[in-house]
Design a protein around this ligand. Structure first.
Ligand code: DAH
Length: 344
């Protein structure tokens, strides 16, 4: 018996598990209900009284030693202290982890915001689910007026069958919310997502992003509008980018215009992007229609203002030459990771 105890003691002292499985095998072998220590106790029952006196103590000490060793090894494994035994080397460099990149639309939106902030514009937001008043009526779209068909609207039918709630078709609705809830002067830009009922293709999508601008104060004129947008374009696309204004129509502005810039790709020489005209349209703008000011409770005799709205996708396409709008919402990492990585 003493021989066995000596042999087991040596084995236990030398034992060093590489992992939890080995430790469990150790437990079963020595401390399990059919383990070697149990066998020793069985054998102990059969020895004579003289040996019992000697081995009783020895055996109990041996058992305690085995249990203590097991507890110590288990704690070491659990707390990871036995890392060398586990084949880990903590001095090796760790696995790198991939840092995300900002979405191109966010990059461009932030750039637009920065430019206008430097001109004293604040940033405002409004809801994407809008009522008829804010999306249309207050903006001088009369009921049943064909101008409402300029934008294919997703209406939301309510339980009572009425459908005067819709996904906003433009961020111009935020102008109304802003003017209704404050007093002039207003100088704000309003970025956000808008929705239109369009079939999805390379050139159209059922949702996209706009930045709206509004400046209302005493004596705001069309020349303020031109200078502001001219400055914006120089900042965004570089000095020397040309602008031109073409007369246009929007119910909420009078007069209205669309602004073109000299093509950023071919610098005006003519290319695919500008359809060989040298010019690309980037936004709609105009002087806020007095009806809109009055609808929002603002005295149109005292105040005038300008407004503009641009699509962020369009601005982004011209910056990065992206020809398929669907890329923006497909979340293909091969596309997304081509853009500047500036977040940790
Ligand atoms: N809301 C117009 C659209 O979505 C864009 C626009 C045009 C906004 C002229 C304006 C503006 O504020 O003055 O097509």
């Amino acid at each position: 018996m003493q021989e066995k105890i000596d042999q087991y003691t040596a084995e236990i002292n030398a034992f060093s598990p590489a992992n939890a499985d080995e430790l469990e095998a150790f437990r079963i072998k020595f401390l399990g209900t059919k383990g070697l220590i149990k066998d020793l106790f069985e054998e102990f029952k059969t020895v004579g009284p003289e040996e019992k006196r000697v081995f009783g103590k020895v055996l109990n000490q041996f058992k305690q030693m085995a249990e203590a060793k097991y507890a110590e090894l288990k704690e070491g494994l659990d707390s990871g202290l036995k890392t060398q035994d586990l084949g880990l080397d903590l001095t090796l460099p760790g696995d790198g982890f991939e840092v995300g990149s900002r979405h191109p639309l966010s990059l461009v939106r932030n750039e637009i915001i920065d430019i206008f902030k430097r001109l004293g514009f604040v940033v405002a937001e409004g809801p994407e689910i809008e009522d008829d008043w804010h999306n249309f009526s207050a903006l001088n779209f009369p009921q049943e007026h064909p101008a409402r068909d300029m934008q294919d609207t997703f209406f939301i039918r309510k339980g009572d069958g009425s459908d005067d709630i819709a996904l906003r078709t433009h961020t111009s609705s935020v102008q109304v919310r802003m003017m209704e809830s404050g007093k002039p002067p207003f100088r704000a830009i309003m970025p956000g997502r808008v929705y239109r009922n369009e079939a999805i293709s390379a050139r159209a999508h059922c949702f996209f992003h706009q930045v709206e601008g509004l400046y209302v104060d005493e004596n705001v004129s069309f020349s303020d509008l031109k200078q502001t947008l001219f400055h914006f374009v120089q900042e965004l696309y570089g000095e020397g980018t040309k602008v031109r204004f073409r007369p246009s129509y929007f119910p909420f502005t009078e007069p209205s215009a669309e602004m073109d810039i000299s093509c950023t790709i071919c610098k005006g020489d003519g290319c695919n992007m500008c359809k060989y005209t040298g010019w690309v349209e980037i936004l709609g703008c105009g002087m806020v229609d007095p009806n809109v000011l009055e609808n929002c409770g603002i005295d149109s005799k005292k105040y005038t203002g300008f407004a503009f709205g641009m699509g962020i996708e369009r601005i982004t396409n011209l910056k990065y030459v992206i020809r398929d709008l669907r890329l923006f919402s497909e979340n293909d990492v091969r596309f997304l990771k081509q853009f500047q990585t500036d977040i940790i």
